[in-house]
Write a protein that binds this ligand. Structure first.
Ligand code: HEM
Length: 477
């Protein structure tokens, strides 16, 4: 890791874990109590109980079948709901019977049962929310179900938690790192990386899909983009797992863990920005710190925050898509045959279908800026409105046979990268290229690759992740 930046101070360390217990980064002060409580400078504090991740919550379904419970009993506020294989049945019923429903509680977080939110399950309503940022804001309380203080929201979420005009300005600056030319420049590196990943397992005949195939590529690509040395890649991997692993005790136990991981990434990004200002290199980090739009530049701190978003947004999402893609080809062998028979003709559409099928990001939230109506429900100013992309991508009003994986599906207006509007995924084209190149390599060299056991799924209401998944294939050279 690089040295700590000059404008950061650590107030103390936990003698057992060595973890920082409080500090200051720029103007942001924070303190972590031994129980994992975090106190913000605006005076707000969470209790340890609120912070501790609460396993799975109550299993309200009991012995009932998911299609026989009254629709208004479907409780998306409980972590247990997100662990049910029948999750898709709940969404289907909500789309049909109660498309915008009132929910209580943040899944996997104790002490939050009085936090209300609206679950938006239909494709059309998700589009409505996403395309009206003036009515549904990103900069009030953040974009996940639980509120985070505004100061922390921008600090850890960068543009994803901003509204116009600040969002427009910072996104324009950041977009200089994502031009078609920049992405084209990365192609060769992505192809080289994908080949090396397959080389490493080709002779073995078996592997873990996530560890050996899906996780390394997006991680290496982000590190290549930002000029991060190979010895730091593993730490980036661990930190992004923590941030997106909220809900899963394998990665996160308290909100304090989450904030610590964000802080560490921020500091890394800040340091990187300062280095590239002093010593420009041929990487996107350098392009970003020197980019100028209308006489404005990103400050090192803004780049630090964007770095957190980039590492988090670019990693686990693409990893999840690749993992689900391999699983889908196992479940739908005819679709694999179609792709193998015509890689050039089918590849583009197959990637879109993988992204729809996987829906790696389950939700993003907005906050209503005025009283309004959505899907027949009255929404009040300040209400949390949660777009469930995973549900929108199975909406039969838009997709024929939505539960079928179909590599030739046209049209395929999925909302996995967002449903339009100013926050549409900035890395969508990069992700598409990574997935395409990885599958071109896999299908050419390990065409029989198939999942052989149950995937070990991430406990999360945010990322539709897979942690581990075994696969076998005919060994190749
Ligand atoms: C299959 C992979 C991916 C999926 C499913 C995905 C999904 C999403 C979604 C749903 C959003 C929010 C859209 C909205 O609110 O309208 C988003 C935003 C974003 N994504 Fe992605 N993403 C993926 C890959 C990537 C990659 C590879 C990068 C960068 C390397 C990236 C960078 C971003 C950024 C910077 C934003 C914030 C844009 C803004 O707020 O203006 N994403 N992504």
């Amino acid at each position: 890791m690089p040295d700590r930046p000059a404008d950061e101070e650590i107030f103390g360390h936990d003698p057992l874990t060595g973890r920082a217990t409080g500090g200051r980064v720029g103007t942001l002060e924070w303190r972590l109590s031994p129980e994992g409580t975090i106190n913000h400078p605006d005076g707000s504090a969470f209790t340890a109980d609120e912070l501790r991740v609460l396993g799975t919550g109550i299993d309200w379904l009991g012995d009932r079948r998911p299609d026989e419970v009254p629709v208004d009993e479907i409780d998306l506020g409980q972590g247990s709901t997100w662990l049910h294989d029948e999750r898709e049945v709940f969404f289907r019923r909500l789309r049909q019977e109660l498309p915008v429903s009132r929910q209580c509680g943040i899944p996997f977080l104790a002490g939050t049962t009085d936090w209300d939110w609206w679950a938006v399950t239909r494709h059309a309503d998700i589009m409505e929310v996403s395309r009206h940022p003036e009515l549904f804001a990103s900069g009030r309380g953040g974009t996940n179900i639980g509120d985070i203080p505004d100061e922390l929201a921008e600090f850890l979420g960068s543009i994803i938690n901003m509204d116009a005009p600040r969002h427009t300005k910072i996104r324009r600056l950041i977009s200089t790192g994502f031009t078609p030319r920049q992405i084209a420049n990365l192609e060769e590196t992505i192809a080289r990386r994908a080949k090396a990943i397959v080389d490493a397992i080709a002779g073995q005949g078996e592997c873990d899909v996530v560890r050996d195939i899906a996780a390394p590529l997006p991680l290496q690509v982000i590190c290549d983009m930002m000029g991060i040395p190979p010895e730091d890649e593993q730490r980036m991997f661990e930190l992004s797992n923590v941030i997106l692993g909220f809900g899963d005790p394998e990665y996160v136990l308290t909100v304090g863990d989450l904030v610590n991981a964000g802080m560490e990434l921020f500091q890394y990004g800040l340091q990187l920005a300062e280095q590239r200002l002093r010593e420009p290199r041929d990487d996107i980090a350098t392009a970003l710190v020197h980019a100028e739009v209308d006489g404005e530049r990103l400050t090192p701190s803004e780049l630090g925050s964007f770095f957190v978003l980039l590492v988090v947004a670019g990693n686990e999402t693409t990893r999840t898509a690749i993992s689900h893609g391999i699983w889908a080809l196992t479940q739908f062998p005819d679709e694999r045959q179609k792709w193998l028979a015509d890689p050039q003709g089918v590849g583009h559409g197959a990637v879109e279908e993988i992204v729809r099928w996987a829906s790696p990001v389950i939700h993003f939230r907005r906050t209503a800026t005025a009283d309004t109506e959505l899907g027949g429900q009255r929404i009040a100013e300040g209400d949390r409105v949660v777009m469930l992309y995973l549900s929108g991508n199975r909406d039969s009003a838009v997709f024929d046979e939505p539960d079928r994986f179909d590599v030739t599906r046209t049209p395929n207006d999925h909302v996995a990268f967002g449903a339009g509007g100013p926050h549409f995924c900035l890395g969508a084209n990069l992700a598409r290229r990574e997935i395409r190149i990885m599958f071109d390599e896999l299908l050419a060299r390990l065409p029989t690759i198939a999942v052989t056991g149950e995937p070990d799924r991430l406990r999360s209401a945010f990322i539709n992740g897979i942690k581990r998944m075994p696969a076998e294939f005919t060994p190749a050279g």
